[in-house]
Design a protein around this ligand. Sequence first.
Ligand code: NAD
Length: 312
Amino acid sequence: MKDETVGIVGAGLIGRAWAIVFARSGFQVRLHDQVPAALDNCLGIIGERLRDLAEFGLIAEPPETILARIRPSPSLAEAVGEAVLVQENVAEKLEVKREIFAELDRLAPPHAVLASSTSWLPASSFTEHVPGRARCLVGHPVNPPYLVPLVEIAPAPWTSPEAVARAREIYAKAGQTPVTLKKEITGFLLNRVQSAVLSEVFALYREGYADAEDLDRVLKDGLALRWSFMGPFETIDLNAPAGLADYAARFGGTYRDVAASAVAFDWDAETVAKADAERRKQLPLEDIEKRSAWRDRRLMALLAHKRSQPES
Ligand SMILES: NC(=O)c1ccc[n+]([C@@H]2O[C@H](COP(=O)([O-])OP(=O)(O)OC[C@H]3O[C@@H](n4cnc5c(N)ncnc54)[C@H](O)[C@@H]3O)[C@@H](O)[C@H]2O)c1
C-alpha cells in the first residue's frame, strides 16, 4: 500500500481531514488547491491535528512520519496523475463540481476512482457529461473523517459495480467504514436520518414542549449513548424479549400514532432565531472555535474507548 497514491482536490476543512485519513494508513497523499495560501497553510494545520491524535493514542506512527507522506501540489495534473483514488473537496456548487469532474476525468489515470465529498448533490447531477462517468461516485465523509469513520458511497445509475467495489476496498484500507447506497437519494443516508431528528426536535421546540438545552439532553444523555455503538434496528431488537418483530407488535401502533401527529419543521425564521438566541446565551459566538476544539477532543476520547472494546 505504501506505493499507492491518493489525490485530494481542495485543501479546506474536509480535504485536509481526508489527507490525515489516507496518510495515517500508509497512502501517499497529493493535496491540491487552486488558492496558493490554502496549500501554504495546510501542513501546519494537519501537523497540529496529528499531534492531538498522537496524544489520544489514535495513530500508530509519529506525526512527522505521517506528515511526510502528504505533499501539497499546486498542479492539479501532478496531484491526480498517479492516483488510485481522487477525493474531490471543492465548493458545494453544482457548476463547480461539474467542471472539476470533467477535468479530473481528463487528468487521472484510467483505473482511478473519482469520488466527491459532496454532502447533498447526487453523483448523476454533476457527472452525466463526463466521458469516464462509470468511475465517478460520491464518497461522503462525516466531519472530521479521521475521527468519524463512516463514508457513504453513493453511485450514479451509470457508475460501474467495479468502481463501487474498488472505492469500498480503498476506504476500508484507509480504516474507514464504507456503506453503499443501492440507489440515489438527496442527502444520502446520514443527512436524511439527521434531517428527521432535527425536524422533530425543532417541532417540539417550536410548540413549546421543552427548551433547546433539554432537547439536547434527550440525545446526549439518552438516545445517543446507545447509538454510539449500536444502530436503531439493533436497539429495538434488544428492547423486546422476542426481538424486533415483538417490539413492532408491542409499540408499532403507538409509533404510528406519533408519526400521524408529527408536523415536519419548515425551518421558519422565527423558531430558528429563538433557538439561536438560546444557544448564544450558552455559547457566545467568540467561543465557538474553542468549543469545537473541545468537541474534537471528546470525540478522540470516545474513539479511543470504542477501539479498546470488542465489537461482540
Ligand atoms: N464541512 C463539512 O462539515 C463537510 C462534511 C462532509 C462533506 N463536506 C463537503 O466537502 C466539500 C468541501 O467542503 P469544505 O467544508 O472542506 O469547504 P472549504 O470551503 O473549507 O474548502 C474548499 C476548498 O476548495 C478549494 N477550491 C475551490 N474550488 C477549487 C477548484 N476548482 N480546484 C481546487 N480547489 C478548489 C478552496 O480554495 C478551498 O480551500 C463540499 O462539497 C462539502 O459539501 C463538508
